[in-house]
Design a protein around this ligand. Structure first.
Ligand code: TYM
Length: 330
């Protein structure tokens, strides 16, 4: 039996957070030996908000450099840019015709994002999960490593695959979400009741992957906690400290119990500095490699061109099968 297939992606919006790292990239890196991995830069998905075209092009290449800097090895994994494989948009159109308005209206991310961008609730924002389903189904992915917030989109993807298969016979692999680890939902440092996000408007709420060490330290020092001054895991009563513990645990591999022991009798000040230092050390090699790679545009171009070619050849098999089944002339 061949290796299981993985597909995942991140939007090319710039400003990636520690949430993206711990919820996604860091897990992707570990999966490369065991699985057949496809990692995509989701630049079509970013069109649901208004972008400056030059910035979007830069963000796309920056994200490619970041994947590689984080340890995604182009010799082991297929790395590609979504818009370079036009089949994604084609399958998305087909799947749109098999998706009900009611299903899309229930997506919490659509509700959240339309509240945030009330002046631009476009139909792309509404059908965004269908494009995501197309991304996944084209590659016949078995597993989709994502953070907790993408679970609902994965459920829709599964429903669409099953619906299509039940009408036309076995066409798509029905994928499983692969939500791993203690940091599948990293929360904001200032508002630990909402997820850490690229677009948070609260200062010091998100750690960005390109933050300098002194900024990371400052942000952790300012993180919202509680008045108990005991490092103890309790999401309900102590969401701030629990979030810091999850971050620390995700990077060091230490269990919650061991962390509680390690900081017994010590105050939050010590703990915050320890978490900050761990994060700084974890991000350092990636930040250094990123700075080297980002100017090597020839190398980056070579990677995304070969990635697009490989992606096309996999995706095209699926799309041809779909087109045959639904009555398109090939
Ligand atoms: P995006 O770009 O918002 O996030 C990329 C990945 O980071 C995870 N993530 C988090 N994990 C833990 N804590 C957080 N605070 C946090 N914030 C983000 C997300 O769960 C995700 O895994 N629609 C997707 C991109 C996409 C995609 C796909 C993913 C497009 N096509 C196909 C998988 C498969 C998105 O907007 O993720």
């Amino acid at each position: 039996m061949g290796k299981k297939v993985i597909l995942s992606g991140i939007q090319a919006t710039g400003n990636l957070t520690l949430g993206n790292y711990l919820g996604a990239i860091n897990n992707w890196k570990k999966m490369q030996e065991e699985y057949d991995c496809n990692y995509m830069i989701a630049n079509l998905h970013t069109l649901t908000i208004r972008n400056d075209p030059e910035k979007l092009r830069n963000n796309t290449l920056n994200l490619l450099a970041l994947y590689i800097a984080a340890g995604i090895d182009p010799n082991k994994s297929n790395i590609f840019i979504q818009s370079q494989v036009a089949l994604h948009a084609e399958l998305a159109w087909v799947l749109n015709c098999y998706t009900y308005m009611g299903e899309l209206s229930r997506m919490t991310q659509f509700k959240d994002k339309s509240a945030k961008h009330a002046d631009n609730i476009n139909s792309g924002l509404f059908t965004y999960p269908v494009l995501m389903a197309a991304d996944i189904l084209l590659y016949q992915a078995d597993l989709v490593p994502v953070g907790e917030d993408q679970k609902q989109h994965l459920e829709l993807t599964r429903d669409l695959a099953e619906r299509f298969n039940s009408i036309y016979g076995e066409t798509f692999k029905v994928p499983e979400p692969f939500i791993q680890g203690v940091a599948a939902r990293v929360m904001g440092l200032q508002d630990p009741t909402s997820k850490m996000s690229k677009s948070s408007s609260i200062p010091n709420d998100s750690i960005f992957l390109n933050d300098e060490p002194d900024i990371i330290l400052k942000k952790f020092k300012k993180a919202v906690t509680d008045s108990e001054n005991v490092v103890r895991f309790d999401i309900k009563e102590k969401p701030g400290i629990s979030n810091l513990m999850s971050i620390y645990s995700a990077i060091t591999g230490k269990s919650k119990e061991n962390i509680e022991k390690e900081f017994e009798g010590k105050g939050y000040g010590d703990f915050k500095v320890a978490v900050a230092e761990t994060v700084i050390e974890e991000l350092k090699p990636m930040q250094e490699k990123y700075k080297e790679l980002i100017n090597n545009t020839d190398y980056l171009e070579k990677i995304y061109r070969q990635g697009a070619e490989k992606a096309y050849s996999i995706a095209n098999k699926t799309l041809e099968d779909v087109y045959k089944k639904i009555g398109m002339i090939l």
